[in-house]
Every structure is written in structure tokens, then in C-alpha cells.
Design a protein around this ligand. Structure first.
Ligand code: F6P
Length: 329
């Protein structure tokens, strides 16, 4: 078979380890791999990775040494052109033109929506890998990049805590997660934050201010609040204004971690997950599967229909949120 691989949407640490797994598994079983640069846009532009010999095929050596690096060496993008009927048909025609009969898209829900559209006009096999720092896909306990993003955010929170304590301040630290509070909740728990605001739960400003007053009266001199960028009350700056207006007793500062969370050398967890799902995706394609994502649930490989990876909102385990609350004393 000739298998195409690409990264799409927001990049995530571990995507390179996933590409490596796809390439090594496929080639070692006698298949060919086409590296598609810049996601769906690269497919439209026929923009392929070229090997040492100048051919548009990846070799075992093309992926040497990449696992330890963040980013996506095949590049990533969000393609507006692909999101039209004309774009999807052109992508399908390009796959046929280059005799690609299997595809491994590495990305998040937008990438898998695209894969579903593509499958309507292309009869090759598509098996995806979950690559997004947001951890917002069903069908896998964790997504590639999440562990590293949390690690980066926790390192930042630890540093911010130093200055928060020196100056007896409260910090609102905004982390990524447009629709999901996974990064926020894990960062809050690991960073021993006193409070977390996420899109999944109602942010009650007067109740938070009561808690803050209570903490202050019990001798807390610094407070860390983790805010998911997609909190329904607004971002960290907006929440800060609301808390101040409602009588927050602490002096405050806001820090927005932003794209810092998308970079850096992937954690061992992300490399292991990426390697496993990349390998499983190739195996699934060779076995005739299509329209599914390769994930890991409870330590076991699992294939989930693309539609089921994004149909429901992946729930944050409620015990994690209550643990944060219980320990913030
Ligand atoms: O999908 C991952 C994510 O990191 C979101 O948490 C964030 O809102 C978004 O990407 C930002 O992406 P970009 O700046 O690439 O549009």
C-alpha cells in the first residue's frame, strides 16, 4: 500500500514521534509512505516531503532523531480551502493522482471532521491519530501533546508561585482550552492551585470572592487561579476585572501562557502514546479498517469511529475538580 501521513490543526508535542511510528511500521512491512506537508492544505497543493534522493517518499531515515522534538516537522495548518466541497474533491483527486490508498491524519476534532468529509468522495482507508494538547477527544484517555502541555503549564505555575508568595498576590494563569478544561484542571491539581475556572462548570464570581476572603482570613498570602481560555465568564483578564469589582481581597496579576504550551520536547508519556497510536493506525489500515481513530483506553488500543470522537463533550472526571477544592485550604 501507499500510505499518506500528515499533521493538521494546532500542533502538539509528540506529533513527530507519531510520524516516526507510522513511517517505521509501514515501511518495515513493505508499504510506502508519503509525507504530506502542511496538513490538508499540503494535500491540495501537492506539497510532499522529499527524501534524500529527492523522491516524494519517506524512508526509514527520514524520521531519524525527530521523536524528541516538539512541533511537527511535516508542518501543520488549518486549511480554509479544504473546508469547501471543491477543496475536498480536489484533495480526493490528488490522493488518487498520487496513488495513495491509505491516510493517517494526526490532529484533533477539526482534522477528523475533515477526514469524514474526505471519506465521502475518496475510497481509500483513513485511520487517524489523536494529536491535540486539549485532550478533548473521546475514544482515548489522553491525546498526544496533553501531557507535555500540562507539564509546561505546571512548570510556569511553580515559577509564578514564587513571585506570588514574595509579593503576597493572587495570579490568574490562563491556559489553553477553547472548549475544554482538561489542561486547566490537571494544571490546577498538579500546581496546587486554589481555584480553577473551566467551560464545563459555572464560574460563580460571588462564591469565588467569598472563598478568597475565607482563604485570606485563614492566613493565605498567595493564591493561584487557573483559568481555561474558554471559560464561559471570559478569559483571565475579564475574570480578574469581575473578581475585583466583586470585592476580591487580593492584589492580582494575570499571566496568559498561550502558545508556550504547544511547544517543547514531548514528555515520555506523549512519545509513548504517539508511538503506540501511530503503529496501531498503520496496522488498522493494513487490516482494512477505515473511518476510525486509533486511541488508548485503559491501557488497551482501541479504534473509535471519527464521528464518535467528537460527538460528545469529553467529560472532566468530577473527582479531580472536587479534589482541587478539598485541598485548597
Ligand atoms: O486546538 C488546540 C488549541 O491549542 C486550543 O486550545 C487553542 O484555543 C487553539 O489551539 C489556538 O490555536 P491557533 O492559535 O493555532 O489558532
Amino acid at each position: 500500500m501507499r500510505i499518506g501521513v500528515f499533521c493538521s490543526g494546532g500542533d502538539a508535542p509528540g506529533m513527530n514521534a507519531c510520524i516516526r511510528a507510522v513511517v517505521r511500521r509501514a515501511i518495515s512491512e513493505g508499504h510506502e509512505v508519503v509525507g504530506i506537508n502542511r496538513g490538508y492544505q499540503g494535500l491540495l497543493d501537492e506539497d510532499f516531503f522529499t527524501n534524500e534522493a529527492g523522491e516524494p517518499l519517506m524512508t526509514l531515515r527520514s524520521v531519524s532523531g525527530w521523536s524528541r522534538f516538539g512541533g511537527a516537522f511535516l508542518r501543520s495548518s488549518r486549511s480554509a480551502e479544504f473546508q469547501s466541497d471543491v477543496g475536498v474533491k480536489k484533495a480526493a483527486a490528488n490522493l488518487a493522482k498520487h496513488r495513495i490508498d491509505g491516510l493517517v491524519p494526526i490532529g484533533g476534532d477539526g482534522t477528523f471532521h475533515g477526514a469524514v468529509d474526505l471519506a465521502k468522495c475518496w475510497d481509500g482507508r483513513i485511520v487517524g491519530c489523536p494529536g491535540t494538547i486539549d485532550n478533548d477527544l473521546m475514544g482515548t484517555d489522553f491525546t498526544i501533546g496533553f501531557s507535555t502541555a500540562v507539564q509546561t503549564a505546571v512548570e510556569a505555575v511553580d515559577k509564578i508561585r514564587d513571585t506570588a508568595e514574595s509579593h503576597e498576590r493572587m495570579f490568574l494563569v490562563e491556559v489553553m482550552g477553547r472548549h475544554s478544561g482538561f489542561i486547566a484542571v490537571h494544571t490546577a491539581l498538579a500546581g496546587a492551585a486554589e481555584c480553577v475556572c473551566i467551560p464545563e462548570t459555572k464560574t460563580d464570581i460571588p462564591a469565588i470572592v467569598r472563598d478568597l476572603r475565607d482563604l485570606k482570613s485563614r492566613g493565605k498570602n498567595s493564591v493561584m487561579m487557573i483559568v481555561a481560555e474558554g471559560d464561559e465568564e471570559g478569559d483571565a483578564v475579564k475574570l480578574n476585572e469581575e473578581l475585583q469589582a466583586a470585592g476580591n481581597p487580593f492584589s492580582t496579576r494575570c499571566v496568559i501562557l498561550g502558545h508556550l504550551q504547544r511547544g517543547g520536547s514531548p514528555s515520555p508519556e506523549d512519545r509513548i502514546l504517539a508511538s503506540s497510536v501511530g503503529d496501531s493506525a498503520v496496522q488498522a489500515i493494513v487490516n482494512g479498517q477505515t473511518g476510525v481513530m486509533a486511541g488508548i483506553v485503559g491501557g488497551q488500543s482501541r479504534l473509535t469511529r471519527f464521528e464518535d470522537t467528537y460527538a460528545e463533550h469529553k467529560p472532566i472526571p468530577p473527582e479531580l475538580s472536587s479534589l482541587i477544592e478539598r485541598l485548597a485550604r
